[in-house]
Design a protein around this ligand. Structure first.
Ligand code: SAM
Length: 203
């Protein structure tokens, strides 16, 4: 038993793959999960809320799953927007490999799973969906969000799910104060679903 965190770049915990079926209104995903990766053996409750309540993503363009884990969000984005390109990012290499493998296993071909620094600098995102890694700490989380929210297209939105007792309301206020107006879309089982927009830039 280790205390390894799910955001370790190269998990040392022995691999022990476990397949779960995730039933959603638009079909079932078959996902291989593993030790050393977020949400081993079950879909996270917050992720489920996001997948059930998020608005329809843009039909085309570049869409981002920030912190993809084994890929439930990325694969759902890809299935709902088959003409878009979905970028699935994670610092955990085991997660990136599983997300890729899960895309193939579910016959999904428009997901590009990679490490954050492998995303070309000139790409902007028409939407971001994320169950963000709150446990990396507030400073690192804020840096991470500012890095990727800056790459939203002018009309792009970010949909994020955050547990109330892990600071969803203060995160909402902080994002708004940073110039990213953020509202609550939905709330259930102790989680908040937030929508963040780019502030219109005065010309
Ligand atoms: C709460 S988990 C969500 C995983 C997956 N999206 C899901 O819903 O099951 C957050 C993910 O963010 C990843 N992460 C942590 N720091 C990151 C960073 N700097 N850039 C990208 N991903 C990161 C973690 O490794 C983890 O897989």
């Amino acid at each position: 038993m280790t205390n390894e965190q799910y955001f370790t770049p190269n998990p040392s915990s022995p691999s022990s793959p476990y397949v779960i079926d995730v039933a959603l209104p638009d079909g079932t995903l078959h996902l291989t999960t593993d030790r050393g990766v977020f949400s081993y053996g079950a879909l996270d409750t917050g992720t489920r809320l996001l997948l059930l309540k998020a608005p329809q993503p843009p039909a085309t363009g570049n869409l981002l799953d920030l912190g993809c884990g084994v890929g439930p969000i990325a694969l759902t984005l890809a299935r709902r927007s088959p003409s878009a390109t979905v970028w699935a990012l994670d610092v955990n290499e085991r997660a990136v490999a599983l997300c890729r493998q899960n895309a193939v296993a579910n016959d999904i071909s428009n997901v590009h799973a990679c490490l954050p620094d492998d995303v070309p600098d000139d790409i902007t995102f028409d939407c971001i969906w994320s169950n963000p890694p709150i446990h990396i700490g507030k400073v690192a989380l804020h840096e991470l969000l500012l890095r990727w929210l800056a790459r939203l297209s002018d009309t792009g939105t970010a949909i994020m799910v955050v547990q109330r007792h892990l600071g969803s309301d203060s995160l909402q206020a902080w994002l708004t104060a940073q110039g990213y107006p953020t509202e609550r879309l939905s709330s259930a089982k102790g989680f908040r679903l937030l929508i963040t927009r780019r502030c219109a830039v005065a010309s």
